[in-house]
Design a protein around this ligand. Structure first.
Ligand code: OSB
Ligand code: MG
Length: 369
């Protein structure tokens, strides 16, 4: 496959409601899409990050530069390209995993479309539909939170994740558990907001039957997570800390986590995400598919990954309506608490020109320059 053109489309979509986490409040999704035109087919992918480096060190502008000046030139130097060659071609560039992921994914989409294979088939999916969870932001009051959770449960979501931070943790968890009962699948995500000195406090979450506590401590604190794991009964799950299959192996060997949130972008792409799945499955460690408020473009590929056999917990792969009044692909719709895994070529959905035009704020050529 020969790449003829790579284009970056800066898009901005309003969220249906503001989404507050321990690291900030989002009112829109401000990111970019990559469009790769080859001699065989066209491929699309979505950058998972934000304009500000608050979730991780990368951000949209850093990824734009990394792609333009360092990643795209190395991939173009290959001549004939397959997605499986991209990882090695960009390996000497340190970090920039979200940027590497969007490039590899767009190339993989073009490649799979060229031979009519879906992401799901390519990755090894074993399910036609996957259970949907939903990530619920920090709210101003407990009644407001209970209303939001009731709404999501009414729509059929099978698992609730509460964003937490110091001052918004045990009380909201207790309130949701009391209101909706012991059968509710419930978990929390702190996005690194705590330190090991909070262990006694976090232990109070043990009384509420949580599936897991996601990323309580700093991303580079595997030792702290291992210590915390020994102090709380609730399984610790890592998100930000896991940036590769090697990280995953290290975290598991140290006892830093018992569950892994797999976000393909955070680990450099779907091929590395699958390696983490394989490693976890071989070790009997449950994994689930995280999210970054993706549009239909990113969501479609995530659903294919979430259909692998080791993804045994519901993910943060929610329906399009949880995020956007109008998505840029056909919307993903909840059906009995599940989302269908796209089975068309590549990511299995098309970018709709009308909606795309309404949210595109700029375009930039990455190749040819
Ligand atoms: O930590 O999982 C996270 C959203 C943006 C950045 C980080 C996270 C999240 C979510 C929402 O929790 C997941 C989603 O619904 O896409
Ligand atoms: Mg998280």
């Amino acid at each position: 496959m020969k790449i003829e053109r790579i284009e970056l489309l800066h898009v901005r979509l309003p969220l249906v409601g503001r989404f507050r986490t321990s690291f900030g409040t989002a009112t829109d999704r401000d990111t970019f899409l990559l469009r790769v035109v080859t001699d065989a087919a066209e491929g699309w992918a979505e950058f998972a990050g934000d304009p500000d480096p608050l979730y991780c060190s990368e951000f949209a502008a850093s990824a734009h530069l990394a792609l333009r000046d360092h990643l795209v030139p190395r991939v173009m130097a290959l001549g004939e390209v397959t997605a499986a060659m991209v990882g090695q071609a960009v390996e000497e560039i340190k970090g920039h995993r979200l940027a590497k992921a969007v490039l590899e994914t767009a190339i993989l989409d073009a490649e799979l479309r060229s031979y009519g294979m879906s992401f799901a088939t390519y990755l090894g999916s074993v399910r036609a539909r996957v259970p949907a969870g939903v990530s619920v932001g920090i709210m101003d009051s407990i009644p407001e939170l209970l209303d939001a959770v009731a709404g999501y449960l009414g729509e059929g979501y099978l698992r609730i994740k509460l964003k937490i931070e110091p001052g918004w943790d045990v009380e909201p968890v207790r309130a949701v558990r009391t209101e909706f009962g012991d059968d509710l699948q419930l978990q929390v995500d702190a996005n690194t907001a705590y330190s090991l000195t909070d262990a006694e406090h976090l232990r109070r979450l043990d009384d509420h039957g949580l599936l897991l506590i996601e990323q309580p401590l700093a991303e580079d604190d595997l030792r702290g997570h291992a210590a915390l794991s020994a102090l709380v009964r609730t399984p610790i799950c890592l998100d930000e800390s896991i940036t590769s299959a090697r990280d995953a192996a290290t975290a598991l060997a140290l006892g830093a986590c018992r569950v892994i949130n797999v976000k393909p972008a955070r680990v450099g792409g779907y091929l590395e995400a699958r390696r983490i799945h394989d490693l976890a499955a071989a070790s009997g460690v449950p994994v689930w598919c995280g999210g970054m408020l993706e549009t239909g473009v990113g969501r479609a590929a995530n659903l294919a990954l979430a259909a692998l056999p080791g993804f045994v917990l519901p993910g943060d792969t929610s329906a399009s309506s949880r995020y956007y009044a109008e998505d840029i692909t056909e919307p993903f719709v909840l059906d009995g608490g599940h989302l269908n895994v796209p089975d068309g070529p590549g990511i299995g959905v098309d970018v709709l020109p009308g909606p795309l035009g309404r949210v595109t704020v700029a375009r930039h050529d990455l190749y040819p320059l």
